[in-house]
Write a protein that binds this ligand. Structure first.
Ligand SMILES: C[S@@+](CC[C@H](N)C(=O)[O-])C[C@H]1O[C@@H](n2cnc3c(N)ncnc32)[C@H](O)[C@@H]1O
Length: 431
C-alpha cells in the first residue's frame, strides 16, 4: 500500500487513515509518504511495515544510525527531532493517564530530557544470521524474525560495546561457525549479549548458542539453549568475569547476568533522584521497594530511610541486592526472594506498615490483586516508577479508587530515538 502518515500512535508507529480504516505503520513518521507491506489485517485496522520511504515528511531529520542502508531497528524515532520526541512522550503519558485511567487533577512535570541522546545503552542483545554464506551479527530487520542486518557501529552502543561485538563476529567468521536457523533448528550461533558498566569501564560478553560442540569462545559467559524459542536465558557457563560492576548514586553495584539493571546508567541516576524527591524521606521511614532487582533504588534511598525492605522474583538478583548492601556497608536493608503477589503480605506482617512504597514493575504493570496487596500496606505515599504509562494508568486508577490522590507525574526520557517512555508518579493518601 502507499500511505500518507498523519500522526503517531502509542508505541511509536505511524498512523495512516483511509475512510475510517486505520493502518499502523512501523518505521514511518508523521508527514512521510511510504510504501508499506501489510503484516496483519483486521476489520477496522491493519498493521504494516515500511518497505520504502517514498517521500520524507517535512520535519524528518536524517538518520544517524543505519546498518548497511537499513535504518537501525533500535532507533525507530531517530527521524524525529529530539524536542519532538520529548513532546510526543509527554503527550502520551498525559493521554494514557486521562484516557485509560480517567485520571485528572495531577501535575504533569516537564519531561526530564536524556543526558546523552546517543550511545547511552549499557546493554545490547545482538542476533546472528547469515547472508550469502557470510556470518552477520546485528539486529533483526524491522518486523523480520528471519533476517539479520549486520551492525558495525551502532550509535546506541558505546564504542567499546561495538568493538566487542565486532571481535566476536570476526572470531565466528574465522572458526567458520554457522548461525542458528530458527526455521529448521540447524546451526550454532544464536545471540551475543554485551553489557557494560558505563562508570567502571567493565564489559561483559555472553554468547548464546545451540547445544553443538564449539571451540572455546572469546567471551565471559556461554549460554546453551536447546531447541527452538527466542529466549537468551538458559544454563550458562563462566569463562571470564562472572559479575559486572557499575556505579550509581555514589554506590557500587555487582550485577549477575540474569538480573535486571537499568539500561541507561546516567538516566537511572536521574530517575532515582526523582523517585527520592517524591519519596521525600526524613531519615526514619520504613520503605518497601517492590520489584527491587539488585536493590539499586532501595539502597540509594537507604541512607535517608529508617529501613528498606525489598522484594524481587529473580533469586540471583536478590543475592546481588544482599551482596550490594554489604559492599556498600548498608545495614538497614532486607531483601526477600519471591513473587510480589505472594510476598507482600508476609513482608508487611514481618516488617510492619511502610511509610513509603516505591515500586518499579515490568512493562505489564501490576495485576489487580497485587494492587490490592499494595493498598493493604496502607502507606501514606506511593512512588510508582513506570516504564509503561498504559499499565500505570489502570493501576493508578485502582489506587485512586482506594483513597489515594495522584498528585505528581514526571516523565523521564531513558531511551532517546525510541518511543519507550518512563515516568515517576506520586500517589498520596489524604491525611
Ligand atoms: C523494571 S525492573 C526494576 C528493577 C529495579 N527497581 C531497578 O531499578 O533496577 C522490574 C523487576 O521486577 C522483577 N519482577 C518481575 N516480576 C516480578 C514478580 N512477580 N514479583 C517480584 N519481582 C518481579 C524483575 O525481575 C525485575 O528485576
Amino acid at each position: 500500500m502507499t500511505l500518507e502518515i498523519e500522526s503517531l500512535a502509542y508505541g511509536g508507529r505511524g498512523v495512516a487513515r483511509d475512510e475510517g480504516f486505520v493502518v499502523f505503520v512501523a518505521g514511518a513518521l508523521p508527514g512521510d509518504r511510504v510504501r508499506a507491506e501489510v503484516t496483519k489485517s483486521k476489520r477496522n485496522h491493519a498493521e504494516a511495515r515500511t518497505v520504502e520511504l517514498i517521500e520524507a515528511g517535512p520535519d524528518r531529520i536524517p538518520d544517524r544510525c543505519d546498518h548497511g542502508g537499513e535504518p537501525c531497528p533500535g532507533a525507530p524515532w531517530q527521524g524525529l527531532a529530539y524536542e519532538q520526541q520529548l513532546h510526543h512522550k509527554s503527550e502520551q503519558v498525559m493521554d494514557s493517564l486521562r484516557r485509560l485511567g480517567g485520571l485528572t487533577g495531577f501535575e504533569l512535570d516537564p519531561i526530564e530530557p536524556a543526558v546523552e541522546q546517543w550511545r547511552y545503552r549499557n546493554k545490547l542483545e545482538y542476533s546472528f544470521g547469515e547472508r550469502d554464506g557470510e556470518i552477520m551479527l546485528g539486529f533483526h530487520a524491522r518486523g523480520r524474525w528471519d533476517e539479520v542486518v549486520d551492525a558495525k557501529d551502532c550509535m546506541l552502543a558505546s564504542e567499546a560495546n561495538n568493538h566487542a561485538r565486532n571481535a566476536v563476529r570476526a572470531w565466528a567468521h574465522d572458526q567458520g561457525l554457522p548461525a542458528y536457523d530458527p526455521a529448521d533448528g540447524r546451526g550454532v550461533l544464536r545471540n551475543l549479549v554485551v553489557r557494560e558498566g558505563a562508570r567502571t569501564g567493565q564489559l561483559q560478553t555472553r554468547l548464546v548458542t545451540s547445544a553443538a560442540e564449539i571451540p572455546k569462545p572469546p567471551v565471559d559467559l556461554h549460554t546453551i539453549i536447546e531447541g527452538p524459542g527466542g529466549s537468551t536465558d538458559g544454563p550458562t557457563g563462566v569463562l571470564g568475569a562472572e559479575l559486572l560492576e557499575e556505579e550509581l548514586c555514589g554506590l557500587r553495584f555487582a550485577i549477575s547476568h540474569r538480573a535486571f539493571f537499568q539500561t541507561n546508567t546516567a538516566m537511572a541516576e536521574r530517575l532515582y533522584a526523582i523517585a527520592a524527591e517524591f519519596a521525600s524521606l526524613s531519615g526514619s521511614e520504613r520503605v518497601f521497594d517492590l520489584f527491587c532487582g539488585i536493590g539499586t533504588l532501595g539502597l540509594s534511598l537507604a541512607g535517608d530511610a529508617g529501613e528498606v525492605w525489598g522484594v524481587e522474583l529473580v533469586g540471583e538478583a536478590v543475592g546481588d541486592a544482599e551482596e550490594n548492601a554489604r559492599r556498600n556497608e548498608i545495614d538497614n536493608a532486607h531483601f526477600i526472594a519471591g513473587d510480589a503477589r505472594k510476598e507482600i503480605a508476609p513482608m508487611l506482617a514481618e516488617a510492619g506498615p511502610p511509610d513509603v512504597v516505591v515500586l518499579d514493575p515490568p512493562r505489564a504493570g501490576l495485576s489487580k490483586k497485587v494492587v490490592r496487596r499494595v493498598i493493604e500496606c496502607d502507606a501514606p505515599r506511593i512512588v510508582y516508577v513506570s516504564c509503561n504509562p498504559t499499565t500505570l494508568a489502570p493501576n493508578a486508577a485502582q489506587l485512586v479508587e482506594a483513597g489515594y490522590g495522584l498528585t505528581r507525574v514526571k516523565p523521564v526520557d531513558m531511551f532517546p530515538q525510541t518511543p519507550h517512555i518512563e515516568c515517576v508518579a506520586l500517589l498520596e493518601k489524604a491525611p
